[in-house]
Write a protein that binds this ligand. Structure first.
Ligand code: SF4
Length: 93
């Protein structure tokens, strides 16, 4: 195969791909402001710190459930005091 690449066509396709990825990044950025990055797809909390939205896990020793409704700014719920995390961690199960 000896196909030549048309530079104009190549640039056009590159621009289209760039535009598509830009849209995806903007959408992901918007979603990340609504859904806590520590919440997994099973609505469980993967954070290694205390958060007042954490609820008892489904199974003993499992990940705590996230009680956040994704409508508020979840960052205010995060605890920055390690003692609080230890207390909430003891609440597991
Ligand atoms: S409990 Fe808090 S830190 Fe964990 S996923 Fe929910 S909002 Fe995020």
């Amino acid at each position: 195969m000896d196909q030549k690449i048309d530079p104009a066509e190549y640039q056009k396709r590159l621009d289209k791909l760039t535009s598509m990825f830009s849209d995806m990044v903007v959408h992901a950025d918007e979603l990340s402001q609504q859904r806590c990055p520590y919440k997994n797809r099973h609505d469980e909390c993967t954070a290694k710190f205390g958060c007042r939205n954490q609820r008892k896990p489904r199974t003993p020793g499992g990940l705590k459930l996230c009680g956040g409704d994704d409508k508020l700014d979840y960052r205010n719920a995060w605890e920055t005091e390690p003692e609080f995390y230890q207390k909430t961690d003891q609440d597991k199960g």
